[in-house]
Write a new protein. Structure first.
Length: 338
């Protein structure tokens, strides 16, 4: 039986769910893949815990509960370099300006021939080309489902289900928080503040809700999808971006009276060799398929040259679903390395 040692960087809402699901699925990995999967290390911003034989559930519990003061000399990169592992699952903050610590973790792991499964978006947005080149050079996988709408298949849909087809257009509702906030304002008469607070309680809103509501989250996902699945060289600044933070109660009342449904839609359109990316507020007729995508649910629609049109609705934003998407990526690594 092959040993698979895993590290999780970032041990917050999603990271903890990844750890929980990994424990639950241990037997499945044994039976299906003849794999002895162990979580050997987890790290937070100021501390990490590592046991080469597998971190015990008691230690994990203590690590997740303690007020993480850590050791002032702790650095995630040294911790990672000092750990022996096969796969890094990155669930730290998404820093869209520099890629943050996640970028150095991912580069370090890939250069050391470790597979990387990204849930955070910043590093992929900032330097996907270097990361994918490192993965190719070292013969390991860089998987990005968790960072590209998680339970809603996007990159996998394009790379696996539509392999060989030319996807000429893609559009979707990619940010559950924005969709939830718009729906709560339209259907439940909530204020934006109340709706944001609810999305934060659900664990799906980013630490700064403007990330979701000003379109950065959708723009980030589009950038990664474009680079990973369309082999484009898109930067975040290439995405035309609109948000929903300035929506007023007067606008809500008007749209209701006109039976229009507001949705934050991200799109990628091929125009010759150029890929045009945009995030915009669209006012949809009530019979539009996206108008019925409610709550934290997401959706994607694609147009292809030879496989027609596809619509996938579902994959709601949810920390457990995001963790499960990361482990879908892990399962694909297990399948592709057998
Ligand atoms: N929440 C969701 O539903 C989804 C989130 N994502 C993405 O996943 C990532 C994590 O989200 P979420 O779990 O909600 O975020 P949280 O804020 O709950 O957790 C972030 C974790 O990262 C840790 N961290 C911060 N800095 C570092 C560092 N330098 N090195 C190691 N760890 C660090 C934090 O440490 P400490 O505990 O010490 O504060 C915390 O444990 C984000 O990038 C988000 O965009 C993607 C899909 C869905
Ligand atoms: N903030 C995101 C969650 C992760 O991608 C969302 O609301 O969909």
């Amino acid at each position: 039986m092959k040993r698979w040692d895993l590290v999780i960087s970032g041990f917050g809402t999603v990271g903890k769910q990844v750890a929980r699901l990994l424990t639950e699925r241990k037997e499945r990995y044994r039976q299906r893949y003849d794999a002895d999967v162990r979580l050997v290390a987890v790290m937070r911003s100021k501390a990490g815990c590592y046991d080469p034989e597998g971190v015990s559930s008691e230690l994990l519990q203590a690590f997740s509960e303690e007020n993480c003061m850590g050791d002032m000399t702790f650095t995630g990169i040294d911790f990672l370099k000092g750990s022996t592992y096969d796969v890094l699952i990155e669930t730290g903050p998404s820093d869209l300006e520099t890629g943050g610590a996640a970028l150095s973790y991912m580069k370090t792991a890939l250069a050391a021939k470790r597979h990387v499964i990204a849930v955070s978006k910043g590093a992929l947005v900032v330097d996907y080309s270097t990361l994918s080149a490192l993965a190719r050079e070292h013969g390991v996988f860089l998987k990005v489902s968790g960072a590209t709408a998680a339970a809603l298949p996007t990159v996998d849909l394009l790379q696996y289900n539509l392999a060989g087809s030319d996807v000429t257009y893609m559009e979707g509702i990619f940010t559950g928080t924005a969709n939830y906030v718009l729906g709560a304002m339209m259907e439940e008469g909530n204020t934006m503040e109340t709706a944001i607070a609810r999305a934060q309680q659900m664990g799906i809103a980013e630490p700064d809700p403007r990330f979701d509501l000003e379109g950065w989250d959708t723009a980030s996902k589009l950038t990664i999808i474009a680079n990973a699945a369309f082999e484009a060289k898109l930067g975040l600044s290439d995405v035309k971006r609109e948000g929903i933070m300035t929506i007023t109660q007067e606008q809500i009342a008007k749209w209701k009276a006109e039976s229009l449904v507001p949705k934050l839609v991200g799109s990628l359109r091929k125009e010759g060799e150029v890929l045009k990316a945009a995030v915009e507020l669209r006012l949809l007729e009530s019979d539009h398929p996206f108008a019925r995508v409610l709550g934290t649910t997401k959706a994607v629609r694609v147009e292809t040259d030879t496989m027609g049109e596809l619509l996938v609705v579902g994959g709601k934003s949810d920390p457990v679903a995001a963790a499960s998407a990361a482990l879908k990526d892990f399962e694909h690594v297990l399948q592709q390395t057998r």
